[in-house]
Design a protein around this ligand. Structure first.
Ligand SMILES: [Zn+2]
Length: 402
């Protein structure tokens, strides 16, 4: 057993809501944390910190739970910076550019894809992210979807089968055949390498899947033992949110265009997610995961986060890091955008980027710094977590390595 006491924490965010009635962040000042074999074994005032084998003094910096990035697409080849430039010059985003990445991913070798993935994971960790979900979805044939998931499994247990990302070009005039492939041979081959299944449900896009197709795919995936998540209501209002809630998905992601019924469904689905004293949710509801980096990078209107919060929905924040609609790996940037563009308070944004992300992945061992949680400590080189939104673009956050 190796223990480390981390002292000199000027402000500690525990996400233990029982510590304060005013904030779900469970703030402590002048705190210390003891880590034993990768798990938090003690949290309390610095003056009462017990002895340990090693000691790290943070000199008054703040510590937050490591960011949980519950939505990313990191296994891919190629580069779409030219498409980004065209979009900034006025071209509309439709999701069609995904085919470019599919071609580059199929052409890339395993080593190349893994090295690129590892570089992106290191980039995330250097910005405070300690858990990341990684989707397939740029293979779109049996062999390359399995390969993508095998590669993703080398860096995270949170792997998601996204064979239903878009209909690949070779199936454009026979969509039903592609859906049949996804729910048949592809699902069978991919399920052993994935925890989750996801569908890009977007009736307004010719590239993505409508409500009936998405229902078919998600139902088949659940039968194969996968848990569900959905890309829903990104480009227009559609059936994604309702479907995700109805099928018990852990999260529906984007939520940019919502009807009153969608908001009500997310509010009902969020009511079972309120955390007990031990950090465990009461039930298995659906989180609304917002991805403001996408709106930023595609110059699109942001989701109405305040409307969702007012209704009672539970929010998570994630990057959606991908080569097309948002090539940012930065959770601090997402927090800053959520505060500045979606009017979350800094506390709401940080909670969504940590505890909210953990709920979106149905994990109780991360997203908080309480006894028994994984020792994912992210140090903010500032006296308070408020600086994450207050100083956008400044590299203040870094995951602590023991
Ligand atoms: Zn995505």
């Amino acid at each position: 057993m190796t223990s480390t006491v981390v002292t000199g924490i000027g402000e500690l965010v525990t996400n233990d809501a029982t510590l304060s009635v005013d904030s779900p962040l469970g703030l402590m000042v002048d705190a210390a944390v003891v880590v034993t074999d990768g798990t938090v074994s003690w949290v309390g005032p610095g003056s009462q910190a017990p002895a340990a084998d090693q000691r790290i003094d943070l000199g008054g910096r703040s510590v937050v739970p490591g960011f949980v990035d519950s939505h990313s697409h990191l296994v891919f080849g190629g580069d779409r910076s030219v498409e980004f430039a065209a979009r900034m010059a006025g071209q509309e985003y439709t999701g069609g550019g995904i085919a470019t990445t599919v071609a580059a991913t199929r052409a890339a070798g395993d080593e190349e894809l893994l090295a690129h993935l590892r570089a992106l994971i290191a980039e995330m960790r250097a910005q405070g992210t300690t858990t990341v979900e990684v989707k397939s979805g740029y293979g779109l044939n049996v062999e390359d979807e399995v390969r993508s998931l095998r590669i993703a499994r080398q860096v995270t247990t949170e792997t998601t089968f996204l064979g239903a990302h878009v209909v690949p070009p070779e199936f454009h005039d026979r969509r039903e055949d592609y859906v049949r492939l996804v729910i048949g041979e592809m699902l069978t081959a991919c399920a052993p390498h994935a925890r989750w299944a996801d569908v890009f449900c977007e009736p307004a896009s010719a590239h993505a899947f409508d409500g009936d197709e998405a229902r078919l795919i998600l139902t088949a995936a659940a039968t194969a033992g996968l848990e569900l998540r959905v890309h829903g209501n990104q480009l227009s209002a559609g059936p994604g949110v309702q479907l995700a809630v109805e099928l018990g998905a852990a999260s529906v992601d984007h939520c940019t265009h919502l009807t009153e019924q969608d908001v009500a469904a997310l509010a009902a689905a969020g009511s079972s997610l309120h955390l007990g004293a031990d950090g465990t949710p009461a039930g298995r509801g659906t989180v609304a995961t917002l991805l403001p980096g996408v709106e930023f990078s595609t110059r699109s209107p942001y989701p109405d986060a305040r409307r969702l919060l007012a209704a009672g929905a539970v929010l998570a924040l994630a990057t959606d890091c991908n080569p097309g609609s948002c090539f940012s790996s930065s959770m601090p940037l997402m927090i800053a955008l959520a505060v500045r563009e979606m009017r979350l308070t800094p506390a709401e944004a940080l909670w969504a980027a940590t505890a909210g992300g953990a709920l979106a992945l149905r994990r109780t061992d991360i997203g908080r710094l309480t006894v028994g949680a994984r020792a994912d400590l992210t140090v903010i080189d500032a006296p308070s977590y408020l600086h994450l939104a207050y100083r956008p673009g400044v590299p203040l956050a870094k995951a602590l390595t023991f």
